[in-house]
Every structure is written in structure tokens, then in C-alpha cells.
Design a protein around this ligand. Structure first.
Ligand SMILES: Nc1nc2c(ncn2[C@@H]2O[C@H](COP(=O)(O)OP(=O)(O)OP(=O)(O)O)[C@@H](O)[C@H]2O)c(=O)[nH]1
Ligand SMILES: [Mg+2]
Length: 599
């Protein structure tokens, strides 16, 4: 592949601004699919959890052809918790498409990803997307983007960014508002003219920085990256320069490049090509594949440190080992370490003498997605409540703060302000109702205060609110923040729940389970209406009498139990409680006495 006919771009934006949808259209219009071929929407969101949640979790490589150019494109996640991926995959790109929603304008994650792209001095094409929305305000959005570039002190040449307007769902891009929409052509033109071809010396020593890791059931681990110097040939001997500087010899068994959303096997690749390489198992993001005769390692990417952590503990509940396939500390440790090799934003530490692991990441979602994936793979374990990672600055204790943006209808503002006040948030900005009747509040709030706020916010705003947050800095510790006010209902002894007993317990609080469910001593099955915990017997039947009463057991009407998602469970529990996770169930429990789990 000739270097001048290659382009490598990353597509970056705030969550939901339309990255994956735009990739769909670029693929479709490149003639990659047959006319009548059924192609899934958001094709690059290929992981089950991505489809279920409608968000991108892992960045992915793909490519499409435009004229005689091959354009490698990297779709990235927009959610702040997965920001670590954006930081590292940008190393494969020679330019970036910065998408901005024409109605919302730049959002916290737009700021973050732009900052990372500017740090690498990548040329940028700004795509004002969703111009088809009735409340779109493209001119305003452009001004906001320009301000953002200025605020981030973009160098002169990059400040003068290229601009297109687009509707990813409509399948068109235009250079000026008012142009006739027809196709994505104007965007493709901008890519080939304004994003430079990849640089590097074809005859130099091999250099490829592994920026992403993929798995193949047949080939094991694949290191993905861009060749910045030299050539790569199949069955060639190379060395892997590890992050600590050691050199490990290796042999390349397979090389793939990307066509559409597929990998296609090739025999050789040259400078500028983005490839996936098989043959080495002990690799991690940040290693360099290089020449054994003349090794020239590349500096690995610096990744922002994690802000929250939780303990992963082998399951020791009375139901342990019944539902999972991988249950031992060894299984859990291996799986976590494997994840940490592919995801450098995740830090896994063994807790000595406790056969448990401290896992640190960028946010609740970062960790909960990992937990959910492990659960689906057949793992069984328990986790503690997430806690933020504190720092010490001389005598002062510091904790992480986030910038939180909430958009909601006016009638909910009072309640939201009250809740965020209790969580030690400080209002920084208020933007009165704009075109779509939403008011925006911007807060600075300790990360601790944010834990578990999303479900609360969704309940207050009846599911219509939008919230976003992004790590901003470490600041002074603000003292304790209260988690929940109420105690819980704790099961006395192992049994199966009975409708009649639950019916009576309903008066004591909110229940989390139905009848006919096996439960164990110490399991939490509801929230007490008072502040203390209450030990209950959910199997207590009715006293038998000879009398026939109207309210016999079949007639007992139970209110629907509260069903909490994994994230809700994680932030619901207190420090003396655990979430038990198995492929079949998520349960809450009290920590067994004497088995301290805190640091
Ligand atoms: N009206 C309108 N909706 C759009 C447009 N582009 C995307 N959407 C919608 O916006 C939503 C999010 O789109 P995605 O493509 O998943 O956004 P994303 O940026 O990939 O999101 P993450 O990967 O989770 O950060 C979907 O419901 C799309 O249908 C557009 O041009 N116009
Ligand atoms: Mg996406």
C-alpha cells in the first residue's frame, strides 16, 4: 500500500454525538455492502453489551475506501469512563474527526478528547453532526468549538480547523449550511486533502507501537498498531520492547489489516499501515515491535491515573460455587490480569494474604462493565463498594473532583439542586432553558458524591434528564458524605421466601426480591424504613387454623420488588456489605463477621 494513498483517522466526541453512526454511513457509501445486503445499525458496536446499552465500550479499528484511498478509521467510546482508550488509540491516527452535536455543542468529554488530540498535535476536522435535529444550532456550536480550541491553547495551524456539517443518520455532509445535501463526499474530500499521509521511513528499522489488543480464539492475543518505520513480514523474527525496556524475541505468525469491520490476512505491511499482529502472547498496550538488529522502542502512552477502586473477592457466601464456572481466586486473578494487559487504564493489585484483588479504574461504569462481562463469561465473585482514590499533599488529604453537567426540565431543578447539595456539589454555572426547554447546571463535585447519583437523577427527572461528568482535579477532602439513610432487611437463616412472610415484611420497608427465591443468612433482601438494620425471616408461614380466612396465601398481593441494576447495587451498599455476582444472580449481603475486607 502506497503511503500517499493511506489515511489514518480517529473519530472522537462526547458520548452519543454520533460517532458509530457516522462510521456506518462512511462504510455504506464506500460501496462495501451489496445493494440489498442487510447491515446492522451501528455495525462497529459489535459487543453484546454495546448493543444492549447503545453505547460504545471498546474502541475498534475499521477501514473504507474512497476513490483510490484506503482510510483506516478508529471508532472510540465517548463515555468518560472509557477515556483511557481514546488516549492510547490516538497514537494510531494521523488526524482526528471531532464530532459535535449541533444542538448540544461541546460537552465535557469533547473537551477531554480534544485536549488529548491537541497534545499529539493531530490535525482536526470538526464535524458539526445532527444538523437535521429541529433544535440544531450549528452556528452557535461552531463558535463554541472555536472557543474550546482557544481555551485549550491550540497551536495556530490546528486552531484553523477544517469544518463540515453533517447528519450521520441522514447520510450526508455539507461544507456550508444551505448547501444541497447529497452524500458523505464533502467529508471524505476533507479527509484526503487535510489529513496528512502517514509519515515514516520505509527502509528504517521496524517500529510498531501496540496501541490496542484484540483476542482471537485461534491465534490468542493480537497487538494492534501503526507501523511508523520499516516493514513487517510474516514469519519474520522481531523483538518486543516491553514497557520496562527489556527485549523479548518473537516471531510473527499472522498479519491482518482492516477492511470494513473485518480483519483480512496479509503477508506484509509497510509504513503507515494499521495492522493486527499475532504470534506473541505476553504483550500489553505500550510495547513496541521492533528490529532485532537495531531495536528502537517507542515511548509508551501516558495514561491518566484511575480515580476509583473496589475489591474483587472470591465468593464465600453460603451459595458459593453453585452458579459460576470460574470461582477460585486464581481464576479471578488471571482474568483480571488479562484485562489489565489490554486496558492500561485499569490497575489490578493482589491484596496480600486475602486472596482478593484491588481493581482501580476511571469510574463506576468502567468497573461495572468489566464485572458484567466477567459474569457473562461464567465468573462468580463478590465486590465491595467503590471507593475513591485519595491522595496526600503534605499534611492535606485530597480527593478527586468531577465536573458534572446536568440537563433537565425546569420543574426538577429544585430537587436536583437539593440532592447535589447533600452530595457536596458546588454549582459553577447555570444556563437557563434553551431551545428545547432544558436547563443546564454545571457542578464541581467530589467523585464520592457522584457515586450512585445517576439512578437518583433519572428518578427525579422521570428518565428525561441527561447527565455527564468528567474528572477535573484533586481537591481538598470535604469530610464524610452520607451514603443511604436507611438500614436494610437481613435474612436470619437460609430458606426460600414465602409470599405470606414477604407480605408482612412489606410494612417494614421496600423489598428487593420475590417469593419462592432461595436466600441465605446475611443476605440483604430489602431496605428497612428506619435507620437500623433488621434481621427478618422471609419464610415465616401463616399459623395454621381450622378457619377459612378470606386472605389465604394465594390471595396475598405483593408490591413489585425494587430491582436494582449492577451499578445501583454497587453504590447502594455500605462498607460492611458486599455485592455477590454470579452468572445467574446479583445479590446483596452483609460482610460475614470477622472477615474484614477493608484496607
Ligand atoms: N437526529 C440525528 N440523530 C443522530 C445522528 N447521528 C447519530 N444520531 C443518533 O444519536 C444516537 C447515538 O449515536 P451513536 O452513533 O451511537 O453515538 P456515539 O457517538 O457512537 O456514542 P458512544 O459511542 O456511546 O459515545 C443514536 O440514537 C443515533 O441514531 C444525526 O445525524 N441526527
Ligand atoms: Mg459509538
Amino acid at each position: 500500500m502506497k503511503q500517499e494513498k493511506l489515511r489514518n483517522i480517529a473519530i472522537i466526541a462526547h458520548v452519543d454525538h454520533g460517532k458509530t453512526t457516522l462510521v456506518d454511513q462512511l462504510f455504506r457509501q464506500s460501496g462495501m455492502f451489496r445493494e440489498n445486503q442487510a447491515v446492522a445499525e451501528r455495525l462497529m458496536d459489535s459487543i453484546d453489551l454495546e448493543r444492549e446499552r447503545g453505547i460504545t465500550i471498546a474502541s475498534k479499528n475499521g477501514s473504507f475506501r474512497y476513490l483510490d484511498y484506503l482510510i483506516n478509521i478508529i471508532d472510540t467510546p465517548g463515555h468518560a469512563d472509557f477515556g483511557g482508550q481514546v488516549e492510547r488509540v490516538l497514537k494510531m491516527a494521523d488526524g482526528a474527526l471531532l464530532l459535535v452535536d449541533a444542538q448540544e455543542g461541546p460537552m465535557p468529554q469533547t473537551y477531554f478528547v480534544l485536549k488529548k488530540a491537541l497534545a499529539l498535535r493531530l490535525p482536526i476536522i470538526v464535524v458539526i453532526n445532527k444538523i437535521d435535529k429541529p433544535a440544531a444550532r450549528p452556528d452557535w456550536a461552531v463558535n463554541q468549538v472555536f472557543d474550546l480550541f482557544v481555551r485549550l491553547e491550540a497551536p495556530e495551524d490546528i486552531l484553523d480547523f477544517q469544518l463540515v456539517y453533517a447528519s450521520a443518520t441522514g447520510g450526508y455532509a455539507i461544507n456550508d449550511i444551505g448547501d444541497n445535501p447529497s452524500s458523505m463526499e464533502p467529508l471524505c474530500q476533507k479527509i484526503i486533502t487535510h489529513i496528512p499521509e502517514p509519515k515514516g521511513n520505509q527502509d528504517g528499522p521496524l517500529q510498531l507501537l501496540v496501541s490496542s489488543i484484540d483476542y482471537s480464539p485461534y491465534l490468542g492475543k493480537l497487538g494492534i498498531g501503526k507501523i511508523t518505520s520499516g516493514k513487517l513480514n510474516i514469519n519474520k523474527d522481531i523483538v518486543v520492547a516491553q514497557r520496562d525496556g527489556t527485549l523479548v524475541p518473537a516471531r510473527i505468525t499472522k498479519i491482518y489489516h482492516f477492511e470494513g469491520n473485518h480483519k483480512v490476512s496479509i503477508d506484509a505491511a509497510g509504513v503507515g499501515e494499521v495492522v493486527a499482529v499475532a504470534g506473541m502472547d505476553e504483550i500489553t498496550v505500550g510495547v513496541t515491535y521492533t528490529d532485532p538488529e537495531n531495536p528502537v522502542p517507542l515511548p509508551p502512552v501516558e495514561i491518566d491515573p484511575p480515580t476509583i477502586s473496589m475489591d474483587f473477592i472470591p465468593n464465600d457466601s453460603p451459595f458459593a460455587g453453585k452458579e459460576g464456572r470460574y470461582v477460585t481466586s486464581r481464576h479471578i486473578g488471571q482474568r483480571l490480569r488479562r484485562e489489565a494487559l489490554a486496558d492500561v487504564a485499569l490497575v489490578v493489585e493482589e491484596l496480600k494474604g486475602r486472596s482478593s484483588f484491588k481493581v482501580s479504574g476511571r469510574g463506576e461504569l468502567h468497573l461495572s462493565i468489566l464485572i458484567e462481562r466477567m459474569r457473562r463469561e461464567g465468573y462468580e465473585f463478590q465486590v465491595t463498594r467503590p471507593r475513591v482514590i485519595m491522595r496526600q499533599d503534605n499534611e492535606k488529604l485530597l480527593e478527586p473532583y468531577e465536573e458534572l453537567t446536568v440537563d433537565m426540565e425546569e420543574q426538577y431543578i429544585g430537587q436536583v439542586i437539593e440532592r447535589l447539595g447533600a452530595r457536596k456539589g458546588n454549582i459553577c454555572e447555570i444556563h437557563q432553558a434553551n431551545g428545547n426547554g432544558m436547563t443546564r447546571l454545571v457542578y464541581k463535585i467530589p467523585t464520592r458524591g457522584l457515586l450512585g447519583f445517576r439512578p437518583e437523577f433519572m428518578t427525579i427527572t422521570k428518565g428525561m434528564g441527561v447527565m455527564n461528568y468528567i474528572f477535573c482535579e484533586y481537591g481538598p477532602y470535604v469530610g464524610p458524605i452520607r451514603n443511604r439513610k436507611n438500614g436494610v432487611l437481613v435474612v436470619k437463616e437460609t430458606c426460600t421466601t414465602v409470599a405470606y412472610a414477604l407480605f408482612n415484611l412489606q410494612e417494614r420497608g421496600k423489598l428487593f426480591i420475590r417469593s419462592g427465591i432461595p436466600v441465605y443468612d446475611g443476605q440483604i433482601i430489602g431496605e428497612h424504613c428506619r435507620e437500623n438494620d433488621l434481621v427478618v425471616n422471609p419464610a415465616k408461614g401463616k399459623k395454621l387454623t381450622n378457619m377459612r380466612a378470606a386472605g389465604s396465601d394465594e390471595n396475598v398481593v405483593l408490591t413489585t420488588p425494587v430491582e436494582m441494576s449492577l451499578e445501583e447495587c454497587m453504590s447502594y451498599i455500605n462498607d460492611d456489605e458486599l455485592v455477590e455476582i454470579t452468572p445467574q444472580a446479583i445479590r446483596l449481603r452483609k460482610t460475614p463477621f470477622g472477615k474484614g475486607i477493608r484496607n
